[in-house]
Design a protein around this ligand. Structure first.
Ligand code: DSN
Length: 427
């Protein structure tokens, strides 16, 4: 049976054109390889496989067992991890599974405040993590824009959370995981590093390695890792589990066993084996030497763009970047994050409005924008083009009510991006 759904597929054609013709600067997006997409669009989507390789609740799992084992083995190699789970449907699910394995409802957690660059799942009152657990927060220093490790330590020693969470969705600097672990050890807390954003740069050794210091590490797979949309959980070393449960023989279960149980059956049902197949492809690509060059180019591009914005009088939180993104405070430019995002969208430059630390505007308006370069780096743009993009953004923001500028920029963007083909195989 092959009935072409013209209504749906014409929408996908339009989305392909949108992606091709625009400049994609959302820090959490990327363009996967065609092979990753082929794996996701494969027959593996048809298979139910509740359980884990070799221990499934369904028949006919012998091949998806091999697919999932391949994904796990490759991921362990990428991060030199001792244990990994590739089933979480997303980064949020990965974090939820960690909480389920390690915490009881009402336990205290400590994370970076969402309004300071943190993530919804690190204790925001709007999220399960903030509703089910008692959440406390640390922030960034008002002057430097850097994580306030002294505040983190102060709150940790005072509140004694069971878990300290590090990682962010809008923070442009590297993390001192060793220092956070030292604080956690004073109070017997676990450390969870959520590396969803910089994971690809950590995998290639370009940023500090959290697996050396943090008990558990979670990530998404679709940002700098350039894989399919999904989540993962990893540990380098399994460890004595202070919250261990006893199996029928009275043995304490290892943390890896608890985490596996938390993902399934604790929180999810059948794993998405087609997405796990896509993860296996992506992890294979990361193991290729060329991925390190990609990581280096991401950082070079981000730094070139940051420098260009600073040169035009923009205020970058922490004055620059170590990773793939930058957070810009637009207050001295007299435009809100909301207006900036909406106006740039019309010029086919896609990014997101973002609260800046100590923002005086609501999260729906915001004073800032977040810019990330993983996607444009995948398309082959280099430092020279980063300067061009900064100039285009500046021109649109400084003429946000001028239709001619927006229209002219849209044409310039289209012409620029024609030089960097995206999925030419898809015609
Ligand atoms: N909030 C997403 C982002 O960083 O864009 C991640 O969940």
């Amino acid at each position: 049976m092959s009935v072409k759904d013209t209504q749906l597929f014409s929408l996908l054609d339009r989305e392909l054109i949108r992606q091709r013709e625009g400049i994609e600067l959302i820090a959490s997006e990327n363009f996967t390889s065609l092979a990753v997409m082929q794996a996701m669009g494969s027959v593996a989507t048809n298979k139910y496989a509740e359980g884990y390789p070799g221990k499934r609740y369904y028949g006919g799992c012998e091949i998806v067992d091999e697919i999932e084992t391949l994904a796990i083995d490759r991921l362990k190699k990428v991060f030199k991890a001792g244990w990994a789970n590739v089933q979480p449907h997303s980064g949020a699910q990965a974090n939820t599974a960690v909480f389920l394995a390690c915490l009881k409802p009402g336990d205290k957690i400590l994370g970076l405040d969402l309004s300071m660059g943190g993530h919804l799942t690190h204790g925001s009152p709007a999220n399960y993590s903030g509703k089910n657990y008692q959440a406390f927060f640390y922030g960034v220093d008002r002057e430097t824009g850097l994580v306030d490790y002294e505040q983190l330590e102060r709150v940790a020693l005072q509140e004694k959370p069971k878990m300290i969470i590090c990682g962010a969705s809008a923070y442009s600097r590297d993390w001192d995981y060793k220092r956070i672990r030292a604080v956690a050890d004073q109070i017997g807390a676990l450390v969870l590093a959520d590396i969803a954003h910089p994971a690809g740069l950590i995998a290639t050794g370009l940023l500090n390695d959290p697996l050396d210091h943090c008990h558990i590490v979670t990530s998404t797979t679709h940002k700098t890792l350039r894989g399919p949309r999904g989540g993962i959980i990893m540990m380098r070393n399994d460890f004595d589990n202070p919250y261990g449960i006893k199996d029928p023989k009275g043995n304490i279960r290892s943390m890896s066993a608890l985490l596996d149980l938390a993902v399934f059956p604790g929180m999810q049902g059948g794993p998405l084996e087609h997405v796990i197949a896509g993860k296996a492809v992506a992890f294979g690509e990361i193991l290729d030497q060329s991925f390190t060059a990609y990581g280096r180019q991401i950082i070079a591009n981000a730094q070139a763009m940051a420098k260009a914005f600073v040169g035009k009088g923009y205020q970058l939180i922490s004055n620059g970047t170590d990773n793939h993104l930058m957070l810009i405070d637009l207050r001295n430019k007299n435009i809100t994050g909301k207006k900036a995002q909406e106006t740039l969208d019309r010029a086919h430059i896609t990014l997101n409005k973002n609260a800046v630390p100590f923002d005086d505007k609501s999260p729906f308006v915001t004073s800032g924008i977040r810019i990330g370069v993983p996607a444009v780096t995948t398309r082959g743009l280099k430092e020279k083009e980063m300067e061009v993009i900064a100039a285009l953004i500046d021109e649109v923001l400084m003429n946000a009510d001028d239709e001619k500028t927006i229209e002219r920029t849209k044409q310039t963007v289209k012409e620029l991006m024609q030089n960097f083909p995206l999925y030419p195989e898809l015609s």
